[in-house]
Design a protein around this ligand. Structure first.
Ligand code: H2B
Length: 108
């Protein structure tokens, strides 16, 4: 089966709010240049944080949609946005979902 990439068109405000209501802790932010969603994650230590980043990175690469992230020891701040529409697309919502599923597995 052929995998069809999700479109890079900007979500409407209604769509954005509907998707965000299904994603716990992800906040909509306009950083002055573009619309993004952000969430901060806290782990037990660096090993847990970086393990999570590694597992997310491999899935993000498969999706050809990649997180912007900042890690210090046990903390990972993630920002998602889509360059092509200078804002939020379905791809960001899909990657956020993948991240949440990975978090569930890691914290289990
Ligand atoms: N990741 C994210 N988060 N946003 C993008 O717009 C994006 C990406 N674009 N990964 C992709 C790669 C694009 O640059 C390549 C050429 O498909």
């Amino acid at each position: 089966t052929q995998k069809v990439p999700l479109p890079v068109v900007a979500l409407t405000e209604t769509e954005r709010k509907r998707y965000l209501s299904t994603l716990s802790g992800w906040k909509f932010v306009n950083d002055g240049k573009r619309d993004v969603i952000q969430k901060s994650f806290l782990f037990e230590d660096f090993n847990e944080a970086f393990g999570f980043m590694t597992r997310v990175a491999m899935q993000a690469e498969k999706m050809d949609h990649h997180p912007e992230w900042f890690n210090v020891y046990d903390k990972v701040d993630i920002t998602l946005s889509t360059h092509e529409c200078n804002g939020l697309s379905l791809r960001d919502m899909e990657l956020a979902k993948v991240i949440e599923i990975q978090l569930g597995k890691d914290k289990a």
